[in-house]
Design a protein around this ligand. Structure first.
Ligand code: XMP
Length: 326
């Protein structure tokens, strides 16, 4: 019988066997899979692993700190943080089309990571070593899905690490290849990762860029981040995190409506709450959140975020609506 600790032991041994005394690199997204994969590899080979975290400025409040502070504290991993906020916002300037945004973020992510990988190879080269392995958080369902040819990626171009140029050659280390999501979470807890990372709800690779309907700007990101963190705080306080699959908050940045806030007329933006229940994200139902929770979220967002004067709830299932708006 496979216990979580035997999974950890066996996987760590297999990684040591595969990597030996060579070096590996891993892109951290802030999500569960890359975090657990990196933690396993760190446990196996220590400082022969370098993790790279690309801050593209499209993350939610506190997520960079979660990786930089909490993940590092829990694992002792060697981490390089690349601040690429200006680069991503520059490339996204003037772009409102959803697929275009996805492609830009995917492309820039690979370029940024590639540069970090080259830097790491150069540094290893000076020490007479080589970075030979790329760590990926591929799960068992991903393995099955890519073998079976899923049609999902034709609906939206999904963003994951991959597609590195040919001169950057790596062997792949995929320590989660035999595991399902719930096993990955158990392994994460066994390795001492923080709950906030282990139980993080799904978050798309293109991040908040696809939750701003319209052009992505620094100001709009700040507005959305503020609204999103209020919604997350209230859902957590109400004990609903495990009941909902995820709850995107979407900023309708090109829509304005009249409101009255404080003493005067406002002409602000709406946000949409998109709480969904799902087993696997292929289909989803809109979650019937308690009215008291909706009320608190609405009151707080309109009080605390001056740019927002209206809060709405998306009551569409998937299909026909996808979970994300873009
Ligand atoms: P949709 O919007 O297609 O989303 O119903 C299904 C699930 O996938 C997440 N999502 C992504 N995850 N890269 C990811 O890793 C992406 O580009 C991406 N786009 C959507 C979404 O949050 C939901 O959980």
């Amino acid at each position: 019988r496979w216990t979580t600790s035997s999974i950890v032991e066996d996987t760590v041994a297999a990684i040591r066997e595969q990597v030996g005394d060579r070096r590996a690199i891993c892109a951290l997204s802030g999500g569960v899979d890359s975090a657990v994969a990196a933690a396993l590899v760190q446990r196996a080979i220590g400082d022969q692993l370098t993790c790279v975290f690309v801050d593209h400025g499209l993350l939610r409040a506190g997520e960079r700190a979660q990786v930089e502070r909490d993940f590092v504290a829990a694992t002792g991993v060697r981490l390089v943080v690349v601040d690429a906020v200006d680069r991503f916002l520059g490339e996204l300037a003037g772009v409102a089309d959803p697929e275009e945004k996805r492609k830009i973020v995917g492309r820039e992510f690979i370029r940024t990571f590639e540069q970090a990988a080259r830097d790491s190879q150069a540094e290893a080269g000076e020490a007479g070593e080589q970075v030979d392995f790329l760590v990926q958080g591929t799960l068992y369902p991903d393995v099955v899905e890519s073998g079976g040819g899923s049609g999902a990626s034709t609906i939206k171009s999904h963003h994951n690490v991959g597609g590195l140029p040919e001169d950057l050659q790596f062997g792949l280390v995929e320590p989660l290849r035999a595991l399902f999501k719930d096993e990955v979470r158990r392994v994460g807890l066994e390795l001492g990762l923080p709950e906030t990372i282990v139980h993080r709800q799904p978050f798309p690779g293109p991040g908040l860029a696809i939750r701003i309907i319209g052009e992505v700007t620094a100001q709009r990101l700040e507005t959305l981040r503020a609204a999103d963190s209020i919604a997350r705080e209230e859902l957590t306080a109400a004990g609903l995190d495990r009941d909902i699959w995820q709850c995107p908050v979407v900023l309708l940045a090109d829509v304005q409506s009249v409101g009255v806030q404080g003493d005067g007329r406002t002409y602000g933006h709406p946000v949409v709450l998109r709480p969904v229940s799902s087993e696997d994200a292929m289909t989803a139902d809109w979650t019937r959140l308690p009215y008291e929770v909706l009320e608190r979220v609405s009151t707080r967002i309109t009080n605390e975020v001056p740019e927002i004067n209206r809060v709405t709830v998306d009551v569409t299932s998937k299909p026909p609506g996808t979970i994300e708006w873009e």
